[in-house]
Design a protein around this ligand. Structure first.
Ligand code: ADP
Ligand code: MG
Length: 565
């Protein structure tokens, strides 16, 4: 570190570009500093640095790092501590542009594998960005020295070097319990578990924090199970939703969508204090919604849409501007293509004509004149032929009564099982089940043309995550607001990196989408998130791991996508 301080002294008052010379590696007392990338001017993207700390300086026991979920939990726990220390800092600029500012990609409510903190057997690496200080465009070496020799060590002293073994251990124990519940789901053929006492509602539409004074979740007796999990004596009790077709009904404002949202998010583990720590869902559950205006390329939507006017081919269907029903149909087919095991659907965000068609309408508009086969006619085939389950929120129509395996009624935020009552109603008003298709139809595994990826087009050659649901790719924008299970901008950034990687390595060539996704997941498992980044062994950027469903979701929404016929 002394070396860096000496070097900085020589740079004082020089032009900003002279900062480039500090790129490199510096040994400190308790950590090694790497300056990987130096910004071109004080207003540009901040400089990337890494802090490498020997694991032995932390109160971590080797046995806490055996399993992948444990390692992720420890990294997450350290990242939360660093994030807190950075947020408690006086982080106002000290000069022009970003001068002296420290940026750290701190985790949200979900526990995701992310590059902000990465561990191996020997070292913990903390990735940050800093604005190298300047007055105007002249280097301010005093502030820079303060930054590296005092403020950064201060952050580490208040986080990495202060974190207690109890804090880390309890994060590991929580992760073990969450993983154990996920195992129970698999073993028992459940799609989701919601522990008693969970807090499902969130503070607001824009806050992911638990709602204060919410009614804690309490399972109905019929669906209540007891799970023995590690690190605690008493079993955890809660509601298990079995595979098959589950309906969530109930009056408006009684908590139906809140329950479904919690299930959607349960594909990720949540941090201590979130209220959803023990809301665990099948990791391949995919939210399906209507999304009019989306682009669809070469999807075989014929299981749902047929006989379009002008004999438009729906076995290889493309449009720049899908309707509500067509977009929802494509979303189902694409989810099946990428290996969804559960579909989650809310009436609030569905196209009615995709979900149902009642007896009267069936009588008025003959089968030959109606291109849409509604979801209700295919849901049984999905279950029986593909073993794909569904959870549907439906307050406004009883049509799905005849296909439901389990019916949960939300009543003043309390779930009740009404499956038996629904069976009675079915006997009273038998539904015309002859419209249900026995077969789902064919789901095509598509192959994308390499020219679909256009990261280098446009003046700025830029591909990056701009907002949670927007990636800029060369000249075009990819917009994917409908991917509600994408929860962190760092996941979006990772998908942008993956897109560039796929183009760089010409990986689309000769592979189906499914094969491609499997390959990406293997690489993330083996080499970490840095695999997709040039010089990924250095500061890879602020990245977090997305699911394959969201990676595919973004690729499917590229307006430049070309599907090989
Ligand atoms: P529905 O989909 O049945 O119309 P929502 O799930 O949208 O109802 O819930 C309606 C409102 O009730 C929301 O503002 C939500 O935050 C709140 N809410 C949901 N569950 C609870 C709960 N357990 N305790 C307190 N408020 C809740
Ligand atoms: Mg609702």
């Amino acid at each position: 570190m002394k070396k860096l301080v000496e070097q900085l002294k020589l740079l004082h008052q020089k032009g900003y570009k002279a900062y480039k010379s500090i790129q490199g590696r510096y040994e400190g007392d308790k950590f090694t500093l790497y300056i990987d990338y130096v910004q071109g001017d004080p207003f540009a993207t901040p400089s990337k640095i890494r802090l490498e700390i020997p694991v032995r300086l932390l109160p971590i026991q080797a046995e806490w790092l055996k399993l992948r979920h444990e390692k992720t939990a420890v990294e997450d726990c350290i990242a939360r501590a660093v994030g807190k220390a950075v947020s408690e800092l006086d982080n106002r600029p000290r000069g022009s542009g970003h001068s002296g500012k420290i940026f750290f990609d701190k985790p949200g409510q979900e526990i995701l594998e992310r590059t902000a903190v990465m561990m191996n057997d020997r070292t913990v690496t903390v990735c940050m960005s800093v604005g190298l200080p300047a007055n105007g465009r002249r280097i301010n070496a005093k502030e820079a020295t303060l930054l590296f020799a005092s403020r950064i060590p201060h952050i580490l002293n208040r986080s990495v070097f202060r974190i207690s073994s109890e804090t880390i251990q309890s994060a590991v124990c929580l992760a073990d319990q969450q993983a154990a519940i996920r195992e129970e789901l698999k073993r028992n053929q459940w799609i989701a578990f919601i522990a008693n006492g969970s807090i499902l509602p969130r503070e607001s539409g824009i806050s992911n924090l638990p709602l204060k004074n919410a009614l804690p979740f309490q399972s109905p007796r019929e669906l209540e199970v007891e799970l023995t999990v590690p690190h605690r004596e008493k079993p955890i009790k809660g509601m298990a939703i079995p595979r098959g077709i589950t309906l969530i009904v109930g009056g408006g404002y009684h908590g139906k969508s809140t329950l479904l949202k919690a299930i959607e998010r349960g594909v990720y583990f949540h941090a201590e204090g979130d209220g959803r720590e023990f809301v665990i869902t099948d990791p391949d559950a995919v939210k399906i919604r209507a999304e009019d205006g989306r682009s669809i390329q070469g999807v075989n939507i014929s299981p749902f849409i047929n006989r379009l006017p002008r004999r438009i081919d729906t076995t290889f269907f493309s449009t720049e501007n899908a309707s509500g029903s067509t977009s929802q149909a494509a979303n189902v087919i694409e989810a099946v293509e990428t290996g969804a095991t559960v579909l989650l659907i809310d009436e609030d965000t569905s196209a009615t004509n995709f979900m149902i068609r009642d007896v009267r309408m069936r009588e008025l508009v003959s089968e030959e004149k109606e291109p849409i086969t509604p979801f209700i006619d295919k849901i049984v085939a999905l279950r029986d032929k593909f073993d794909i389950s569904a959870v549907l929120v439906m307050g406004g129509s009883g049509d799905y009564f005849s296909v439901a395996d389990t019916v949960i009624m939300m009543d003043e935020y309390k779930p009740k099982v009404v499956t038996e009552k629904v069976r009675e109603i079915n006997r009273k008003y038998p539904a015309p089940t002859e419209t249900f298709s026995r077969d789902f139809g064919i789901v095509t595994h598509r192959q994308f043309h390499p020219s679909s990826l256009q990261t280098k087009k446009g003046k700025r050659h830029k591909t990056q995550g701009k907002e949670l649901y927007t990636i800029i790719m060369g000249k075009t924008e990819i917009v994917f607001d409908a991917l509600e299970q994408l929860v962190d901008l760092s996941q979006t950034r990772m998908i942008a990196e993956i897109i560039q990687y796929l183009e760089r390595t010409n990986s689309l060539e000769g592979k189906t989408l499914t094969e491609l996704l499997a390959e990406i997941e293997r690489k993330m498992d083996k080499d970490g998130l840095g695999f997709a980044v040039l010089n990924g062994d250095k500061h890879p950027g602020d990245l977090a791991r997305p699911r394959k469903h969201e990676i595919a979701g973004v690729l499917n929404r590229m307006r430049t996508l070309k599907v090989i016929r």
